[in-house]
Design a protein around this ligand. Structure first.
Ligand SMILES: Nc1ncnc2c1ncn2[C@@H]1O[C@H](COP(=O)(O)OP(=O)(O)OP(=O)(O)O)[C@@H](O)[C@H]1O
Ligand SMILES: [Zn+2]
Length: 639
């Protein structure tokens, strides 16, 4: 029950919510039921069928309508006298500027991507409005409080970069199913159905191609007069048979690894493919409903298919692409909602997994891995929404000593499912809230201003309306009110290498980058460097001072590594980032707001312990105690 004081601050508060999805629906309901009376809500999306299982303010009849507006209407039905103002818009729209933010007492985020979170962080800082930030991934969740001058900002700690895998792990030495999935979707699928010009390690010449360098056959090209079945079998034998034989010939690679076994279509595909033709012809005419499973009479996506079944799905999906979706071939990119693409990728990944002795997976599981899907848990969203409201009330009451960031865990640790932690002070080297300069190592004779703008200013610093200055020279800016001469001048600058700009970048140069909309200015010290490691520094430049944590998996290829691959492809293969929860919990490096007695340092859950250590506040009021044997919990005290 809220106290009188709390009720008074709740009633007088004007609150901005950003995001009306899984967390947002719960949050709006909880805010309304807690007594909040003036809530503004921004969401750019419309309702989709897949939202209905957890975004309970929405019904089937709302599909296609604005989330923000429908959420407002749904809550007004049980709280008709409060004011809810919806905006069906992107929070990055210039209308939502610093002045807009200034009208609120607190901002509450229920977003699902880093970009929007960073943007809201900057506007909240500029407007000096406290921000309560949140995220969930499956059973995991977190709520953090960011108050300028009191705590760290959302960007004080670098966020984990999208997970990437070394190319040689994907092309030559997979050890996990996810490696097979990345191979199947980013290399094989793309090579067959997407951009044919993509260079990748699959393109090892086949044994039957001539060895003269005059005529090198692209094995992925369909030969003249080759029927689809022959073509499919040739690809199958090439990637699962011949390529593996080739890799095996490099003995060094397999000294400390299990040798994969080549797989050929003749062992799993007899003449039955021919019998399937009738079914293929009967397949639905709507391209999006074409399915290899349907045409082979396989129904359950949770079944784990044997090698023979995977081989049949592989061939059937391959044929269906050419027979039913030929127009799309050459332009396809993998989409987790494309049934046929998921079937093909599941089968291909399973055949490869089988070759490497990796356990096979069902289509349902493979789809989750390929689409980087962590199934949402409605209860986690509800818990997190409740915690957001608790922190919002403390913020409104200026109850600074009791601010907590709280982690929701999958398994109880020390009988706790919710881990409250005191917020940390701002990181002095944070370029967002502490105006600390960054350092950029870059080849100033090779990199163009365009590379700097795209790879650093936009991708790393998250600025959308950048302005770049060196000394008194304005080198680049974005805006609606630029005259033609300026636009032409900036366009010309973009194509220049840094050392040849009107005001050249050289070692020792300090460049100022600003985003006027975010009211953010950042100085970057330039350091010329000649060479970069293609694998570790694929951007060809390195930003430090405030750096992204590298999450390239440690490659265990200690010897020559490339396992018989012939191409020189060397960049890491990216997979999408899990952007909801950053479980890189505060590391011991950060300083806390105040000293806490009875503190306990421990590592917890497998997901989090690799990223850092968590400082836990032993404050029973804030903890959820669970029954259970404490001995069962993974627990480790730090010295
Ligand atoms: N830049 C933005 N401006 C406004 N709203 C945003 C922005 N980015 C994300 N959102 C909103 O944040 C919400 C996040 O909710 P949630 O994580 O449940 O995702 P979802 O898209 O509803 O569901 P799912 O991705 O799981 O299908 C979405 O409704 C989305 O529209
Ligand atoms: Zn900061």
């Amino acid at each position: 029950m809220a106290s009188q004081n709390q009720l008074a601050s709740i009633k007088g508060a004007k609150v901005l919510m950003v995001g009306a999805g899984g967390i947002g629906c719960e949050l709006l309901k909880t805010l309304a039921l807690s007594g909040f009376q003036d809530i503004h809500i921004i969401d750019m999306d419309t309702i989709e069928v897949s939202n209905l299982n957890r975004q309970f303010l929405f019904r089937k009849s709302h599909v296609g309508q604005s989330k923000a507006k429908v959420a407002r209407d749904a809550v007004l039905r049980f709280r008709p006298h409060i004011s809810i103002t919806p905006y069906h818009a992107n929070v990055k729209d210039p209308d939502f500027n610093v002045d807009f933010f200034k009208q609120f007492n607190v901002v509450l985020n229920g977003l699902d991507n880093l970009d929007a979170r960073r943007h809201v962080n900057r506007l909240s800082l500029a407007a000096e409005v406290p921000l309560v930030e949140s995220g969930t991934t499956g059973f995991l969740g977190q709520v953090t409080v960011h108050v300028k001058g009191r705590t760290e900002c959302y960007e004080c700690q670098p966020k984990p970069a999208p997970k990437t895998y070394p190319v040689c792990t994907i092309t030559s030495t997979p050890s996990k199913f996810v490696h097979c999935i990345v191979w199947a979707k980013d290399l094989l699928f793309t090579k067959l159905f997407g951009d044919k010009n993509q260079e990748n390690d699959l393109n090892v010449r086949s044994t039957d191609a001539t060895s003269s360098s005059e005529h090198v056959e692209d094995v992925f090209e369909r030969r003249k007069d080759e029927d689809i079945e022959q073509y499919g079998r040739r690809i199958y034998d090439h990637v699962f048979g011949y390529n593996i034989e080739e890799a095996l010939s490099n003995e060094e690679t397999w000294k400390n690894r299990n040798r994969p076994k080549p797989i050929y279509s003749r062992d799993f595909l007899h003449d039955e493919i021919a019998q399937q033709n009738g079914n293929v012809d009967n397949a639905a005419s709507d391209p999006s409903s074409v399915s290899a499973m349907a045409s082979l009479g396989m129904k359950n996506p949770q079944d784990i298919w044997c090698l023979k079944e995977n081989s049949r799905i592989f061939m059937e999906a391959f044929k269906l692409f050419f027979m039913k979706r030929e127009k799309e071939i050459g332009n396809l990119t993998f989409d987790k909602d494309d049934q046929l693409a998921v079937e093909f990728v599941t089968a291909a990944a399973n055949i490869r997994a089988s070759s490497f002795g990796i356990p096979l997976h069902s289509l349902f599981e493979a789809k989750g891995i390929a689409g980087n899907i962590v199934h949402a848990v409605a209860t986690t969203n509800a818990i997190i929404a409740g915690l957001i409201v608790i922190e919002a009330i403390k913020v409104l009451q200026n109850d600074t000593n009791n601010y907590r960031m709280t982690y929701c865990l999958e398994h109880p640790t020390r009988k706790m499912l919710l881990m409250p932690v005191e917020p940390f002070e701002a990181n002095k080297s944070c370029y967002v809230c502490s105006e600390s300069p960054l350092t950029l190592e870059i080849n100033t004779h090779r990199a163009k201003l365009r590379d700097f703008v795209e790879k650093i200013v936009k991708a790393k610093l998250g600025m959308y309306f950048p302005l770049i200055m060196h000394g008194a020279a304005l080198l680049y800016e974005v805006g609606d009110d630029l005259d033609e001469a300026m636009v032409a001048n900036y366009a010309a600058n973009l194509e220049k290498v840094l050392s040849e700009l009107p005001s050249p970048f050289t070692s020792g140069t300090t460049v100022t980058v600003e985003d006027l909309k975010q009211e953010l200015t950042c100085n970057i010290n330039i350091k010329h460097r000649e060479e970069f490691d293609e694998e570790k520094e694929p951007d060809g430049m390195l930003l430090s001072g405030w750096t992204q944590a590298s999450s390239v998996e440690k490659d265990d290829n200690k010897s020559n590594g490339n396992g018989g691959s012939t191409s020189n492809a060397s960049q890491a293969v990216p997979v999408e980032a899990e952007d909801n929860v950053e479980m890189d919990v505060p590391s011991g490096k950060k300083r806390r707001l105040s000293e806490i007695s009875g503190q306990d340092l421990l590592s917890f859950t497998d997901e989090t312990k690799n990223h850092g250590k968590l400082e836990v506040v032993d404050d029973d009021d804030d903890l959820v105690m669970l029954d259970g044997d404490p001995g069962l919990n993974k627990r480790k005290r730090m010295q």
